[in-house]
Design a protein around this ligand. Structure first.
Ligand code: PLP
Ligand code: SF4
Length: 440
């Protein structure tokens, strides 16, 4: 397949005005971008701008909503305060003070979400590692903590604007390897971020190669969580070190392990470009499995037909639909979130349009403090309308797969909004509260 070469370039608040597409936006939309991106992170690249966004339908275009700052992402009062300062060209430090105040309010967990579930090795916390569920260890390499573009709803936004430092992340894999040697129950290591797909191959190599030692034969799967297939598929096709990356993944497979690319795909058009299809083909050719996951988000993909097309097209390209998530409550959630009721409706509408090969997907799923909670549907229980739920993953393995019920609530948007049916309790004690959710 012929794929033309695009060179990566980051567009942020500072240089977005150089984009011809930006210059053609109305002054109001340009101003919204300036105001909102003063507070929340913004980054796109030429591929997202030229090939994914449909500029004829801006601002409604879902890809534009996914990547460009929207006025509604800030509370009206916050927007007005920042707008007034920018309009009168206020001194930088004054603007920064207001911006910081708003950021701290949007991010109620400045101590760092990732510090939870950090395991201990010889009485010391292991940097860059989270171990919550028995089989799977999450690993945050320090070089993988940004992305090729930013999703406007991202719950990791605080780290992109420097509000959370990156000390939690790991510079090298030494302690991870030591930890894994002592944990034979772990089968999966999941590289996550940010986006590990931002790392140069020679950097990724330094993290992955040490895991291939025979002493870690209990590690069966290396997973890489990435949105690079959607935001920068060139990473796997035309970048200078794209071939080296494939060779690295081939070595993992040759060591007898499975490579699972946990690909973040939000919209069907992310699968439509020749370069994205070539990237998928190349990864599959060497034996990687690609699983598709994304949150369901208002203004972006709150439409069951869009999801059905995404999953169908994904299956056609040889990928495996995996999770549809409910978004978490940090940052611009009010603009993007939707009720559990709507998320369920969208999920079921799409699921019913798939063959069995697409029904590997599970959702809507909330990654909450006690575990990953799946909403199965709505039923009548003891004369009450109820959400039927179960854990896909849980802090305690024996919680997994046991159905439980919550009072049906049309306005609930997250697990902590839910309650047991009248006169009943849940079989687990630990629930999530707003003070804890971002820490799961
Ligand atoms: C989602 C998640 C995993 C992986 O769960 P799978 O169901 O195996 O994909 C592992 N650890 C944490 C903390 C998670 O949130
Ligand atoms: S790619 Fe992932 S980590 Fe990066 S901005 Fe999007 S959701 Fe956040």
């Amino acid at each position: 397949m012929h794929v033309s070469v695009t060179r990566y370039k980051a567009y942020t608040r500072d240089n977005v005005h150089t984009l011809p597409q930006y210059q053609r936006l109305s002054p109001e939309l340009q101003f919204d971008i300036q105001v909102v991106s003063a507070v929340l992170p913004f980054r796109v690249n030429p591929y997202v701008v030229d090939e994914l966004i449909d500029w004829r339908h801006v601002p409604e275009d879902p890809m534009y909503q996914l990547t460009f700052p929207q006025k509604g992402m800030l509370a009206a009062r916050d927007y007005a305060e920042v707008a007034a300062l920018i309009k009168k060209d206020a001194p930088k430090d004054k603007l920064q003070a207001v911006v910081n105040k708003i950021r701290l309010r949007l991010n109620p967990h400045p101590a760092g979400q990732i510090q939870y579930n950090v395991p201990v090795l010889d009485d010391e916390p292991v940097p860059g590692v989270q171990h919550k569920y028995h089989e799977t260890v999450l690993f945050f390499p320090s070089a993988g903590q940004t992305c090729h573009a930013y999703c406007s709803y991202c719950f990791r936004w605080a780290q992109f604007v420097g509000l959370e430092d990156l000390k939690f992340a790991a510079r090298e894999a030494g302690q991870l390897v030591e930890y894994l040697k002592r944990h034979p129950e772990v089968t999966d290591v999941l590289f996550t971020g940010g986006d590990p797909g931002i790392m140069k191959t020679r950097v990724m190599e330094r993290y992955i190669e040490p895991l291939l030692t025979p002493e870690l034969s209990h590690i069966h799967t290396i997973r890489i969580g990435t949105k690079a297939l959607a935001y920068w598929p060139q990473r796997f096709v035309t970048d200078d070190d794209a071939d080296d990356l494939l060779r690295l993944l081939e070595r993992v497979i040759a060591s007898g392990r499975h490579v699972a690319i946990m690909a973040h795909f939000s919209l069907p058009r992310e699968l439509n470009t020749p370069v994205a299809q070539e990237a998928i083909r190349r990864l599959r050719d060497i034996g990687c499995e690609i699983r598709m996951q994304a949150p369901v988000v208002r203004h972006v993909n709150d439409d069951s037909n869009r999801w059905a097309r995404l999953w169908r097209e994904g299956v056609r390209l040889g990928m495996v639909p995996y999770y549809m998530f409910v978004i978490r409550d940090t940052g611009a959630k009010n603009y993007y979130d939707m009720t559990l009721h709507d998320a369920l409706h969208i999920f079921q509408g799409a699921y019913r349009k798939l063959s069995g090969l697409g029904r590997t997907v599970r959702g809507p799923v909330m990654s909450a403090t006690p575990g990953k909670v799946l909403i199965h549907g709505i039923a009548n229980v003891d004369g009450h309308r109820a959400f039927v739920l179960s854990f896909i993953q849980a802090r305690h393995a024996d919680w997994v797969g046991r159905p439980f019920f919550a009072q049906y609530d049309l306005s609930a948007t997250w697990f902590y909004d839910l309650k047991p049916l009248p006169g009943r309790t849940w079989f687990f004690t630990e629930t999530s509260s707003p003070a804890h959710t971002a820490a799961d």
